[in-house]
Design a protein around this ligand. Structure first.
Ligand code: 13P
Length: 251
């Protein structure tokens, strides 16, 4: 069944102490509410094991922000999917536009990462989204379709069904410029139709498609009210427990 999900992406923020404190705060806040969505925090690699020790994963899921495109070996500085899984984390963000833009991630490397994540029982939160120029020249639907097809359409229906997708228009990330709820709905409905054409209506209907890009407590309600928006991937606003909870409770 399609789930509503609010996931935080802390990016490269917080020291270990700060991160453990933030995780504790979110965990504590969740004791007082019964959210109408799954709640996940995706944190820096260094924070995974210690954060795992202070949260109740029945109420607060834990994920990494990336993993390597190899299982093990001579890849200095990389962190593999088995390593992430060994910390107790169960999610991993893959294909974030910042990884694509600054670290040259391609559909080919992302295919490997998705494969390794699934092999290690990690749920990929797979990001897609167009840049401003593509939004303005009208190619944004084709761009996002291509990102999905190139990296994910080799998967079996069973494996594809294990993914969470996150539509993050690059022009809305960290800019304060959110996509309107109608813009998000247009894209999410389109993504669902692309999935339906490949894998059928059932897989498409059950897929959780999150919106990301300057999502905050003040705009989350309108975005989440759209029929094809199943939650959010939250950057800046996930770094403060109160604002993150403001988004969680927007459902
Ligand atoms: P902001 O919420 O800071 O715009 O970041 C969105 C994002 O990139 C989440 O992955």
């Amino acid at each position: 069944m399609r789930k509503n999900i609010v996931a935080g992406n802390w990016k490269m923020n917080t020291t270990l102490n700060e991160g453990v404190g933030l995780a504790k705060d979110v965990n504590e806040a969740l004791k007082n509410v019964t959210p109408k969505c799954d709640v996940v925090i995706c944190v820096p690699f260094t924070h995974l094991a210690p954060v795992c020790g202070v949260i109740d994963q029945q109420k607060l899921g834990l994920g990494a922000e990336n993993c390597a495109d190899h299982k093990s070996g001579a890849y200095t500085g990389e962190v593999s999917a088995p390593m992430v899984a060994s910390t107790g984390a169960t999610y991993v963000i893959l294909g974030h536009s910042e990884r694509r833009q600054y670290y040259g991630e391609t559909a080919e490397t992302l295919k490997e990462k998705v494969r390794l994540a699934l092999d290690n029982n990690l749920t990929p939160i797979f990001c897609i989204g167009e840049v401003l120029e593509q939004r303005e020249n009208g190619s944004y639907l084709d761009v996002v379709k291509g990102q999905i097809e190139e990296a994910l359409f080799d998967l079996s229906a069973e494996d594809f069904s294990k993914l969470i997708l996150a539509y993050e228009p690059v022009w809305a990330i960290g800019t304060g410029k959110t996509a309107t709820d109608d813009q998000a709905q247009e894209m999410h409905a389109f993504i669902r139709s692309v999935i339906a054409n490949k894998y059928g209506n059932e897989v498409a209907d059950n897929m959780s498609i999150l919106y990301g890009g300057s999502c905050k407590p003040s705009n989350a309600k309108a975005l989440f009210a759209k029929p094809d928006v199943d939650g959010g991937l939250i950057g800046g606003a996930s770094l403060d427990a109160e604002s993150f909870m403001g988004i969680v409770t927007a459902f």
